[in-house]
Design a protein around this ligand. Structure first.
Ligand code: ATP
Ligand code: MG
Length: 440
């Protein structure tokens, strides 16, 4: 079929042949050995030593380094810097800890070599392999027994046992399962690079995310300097967690104070901009949220949302319209989180709302103002977790006034410094505060 009867797209169907053997029809085989239960107290549990990659931000999001025998998926959009990140990690591991096998099914060895030279490292223990067959990779890994194995990328390798093309569901799943077995049997920390589709999901089956021990997503705008590492799953460490890196000529460098970086370029004296303390895992991060409310450019007003969930933004628009009487439904609304950051938590609601109110009413927010809190459908401001951590980060960066949910205010200890705290119960309180805080 040329056209998918479900979604109507042309040329989107791929053929996957299933052989009799795969269907399990021709495998009577020997009697299977059954597992027996073990008392948990009888287990010998040794504290696992983690392998540090030497890239502090990567180690951080992995929960302290790579657990031997674990399978980690590193996903990211094309050109974001996945190969750079893992090649850098490989160079450091090879020069400090042990052998590294870097398998590239995408680039020539010369290309990787020249990248390694730019990243400033060559080591005898870093071995490059241009191979697309899982069996070939497994053979070499068995021979070399590296401390870590890098696969660049999981969508371009294939097992010889299946006829479907690399990148197809069954190939990705089968290849990952093979590598998982290898990783566990030989205690090789294995990192798989995976491409991400335009809509932000990992290309290939969701099953891959279930199979692997950890998923690290690399985000950011390929045209900007900053890259974020985000763990969306981790069996051996806290998640979500976030790391911040900067792309330089010599590779990815750690950013010592990301909050300071994200708010440093903030325009002053303009409406629609606000800084919010977000918390991703254990790390507080100050980010700037911008909104622009403009007369409609077309009969149907546009809504463009970057960096926060589109549904969440739609909900806030409706609440502001209904509860505060802000006329938004007939105007274009643009919302943007600066620096390519994506905020997943509802604590940024109040920030998004404040930016919209500020832009719609053309009032400039005080430069030292920051705020956080969740907004409910009735326009109520709801408490969020870890308020104190957020306040500390805001105080550290010299903010002078923080609006927060009244419930949170009752419970927190005020951080040192000159950060004034104001509790909010409803969006009306927010609008009142913004009115007072304006200088325009
Ligand atoms: N000489 C250089 N100086 C600074 N940055 C560079 C240099 N060369 C490449 N880069 C950056 O490296 C990034 C591409 O890195 P990399 O090839 O690791 O990405 P990738 O995610 O592996 O891409 P792909 O999806 O194509 O495999 C780009 O953002 C580019 O700006
Ligand atoms: Mg690459």
């Amino acid at each position: 079929m040329g056209r998918c009867p479900d979604c109507g797209q042309w040329g989107s169907l791929l053929e996957e042949r299933v052989r009799a053997q795969e269907r399990g029809e021709a495998t009577p085989g020997p009697a299977v050995s059954r597992a027996t239960p073990t008392p948990i107290a009888a287990l010998q549990v040794a504290e696992v030593g983690r392998l540090r990659t030497g890239l502090a931000e990567l180690d951080r999001v992995l929960g302290g380094g790579i657990v031997p025998g674990s399978l980690i998926l590193v996903g990211g959009a094309p050109g974001i810097g996945k190969s750079t990140l893992l090649l850098q990690a490989s160079i450091r591991v090879a020069s400090a800890a042990g052998a590294v096998l870097y398998v590239s099914a995408e680039e020539s060895l010369e290309q990787i070599g020249s990248r390694a030279a730019r990243l400033g490292g060559v080591s005898d223990r870093l071995l490059l392999l241009a191979e697309t067959s899982v069996q070939g990779i497994a053979e070499q890994a068995e021979r070399i027994r590296p401390s870590i194995l890098i696969i660049d990328s999981i969508q371009t390798i294939a097992t010889e046992e299946l006829e479907s093309p690399p990148g197809s569901l069954s190939q990705v799943r089968e290849a990952a399962a093979r590598l998982m077995a290898l990783a566990k049997a030989r205690q090789i920390g294995t990192l798989l690079i995976g491409h991400i589709t335009k809509d932000g999901s990992l290309a290939g089956p969701k099953a891959l995310e279930h199979l692997v021990d950890a998923v690290v997503i690399m985000e950011g705008d390929a045209h900007q300097l900053y890259r974020l590492l985000r763990t969306t799953k981790n069996r051996f460490g806290p998640s979500p967690d976030i790391g911040v890196l900067e792309m330089t000529e010599a590779g990815l460098a750690e950013v010592a104070d990301p909050s300071a970086v994200f708010v440093s370029e903030r325009p002053s004296g303009l409406p629609g901009s606000i800084v919010v303390p977000t918390l991703e895992g254990s790390r507080p991060l100050l980010v700037e949220i911008q909104a622009l409310v403009a007369p409609p450019g077309a009969p149907v007003p546009r809504r463009v949302v970057n960096g926060v969930d589109g549904n969440r933004a739609a909900l806030l628009l409706a609440v502001l319209e209904r509860r505060v009487g802000l006329a938004l439904s007939t105007r274009d609304v643009y919302i943007n989180v600066v620096g390519g950051v994506r905020i997943g938590e509802t604590a940024a609601d109040l920030g998004v709302a404040a930016a919209m109110v500020s832009s719609a009413r053309d009032v400039v927010l005080r430069p030292g103002l920051t705020l956080f809190g969740e907004v409910g459908l009735a326009g109520e401001v709801r408490a969020v977790p870890m308020a104190e951590r957020r306040l500390q980060e805001a105080a550290r960066l010299g903010f002078s006034r923080c609006l927060l949910p009244a419930r949170n205010l009752e419970q927190v200890r005020a951080p040192g410094g000159s950060l004034g705290l104001v509790g909010l119960r409803t969006l009306d309180d927010l609008v009142r505060e913004i009115g007072e805080g304006s200088v325009a």
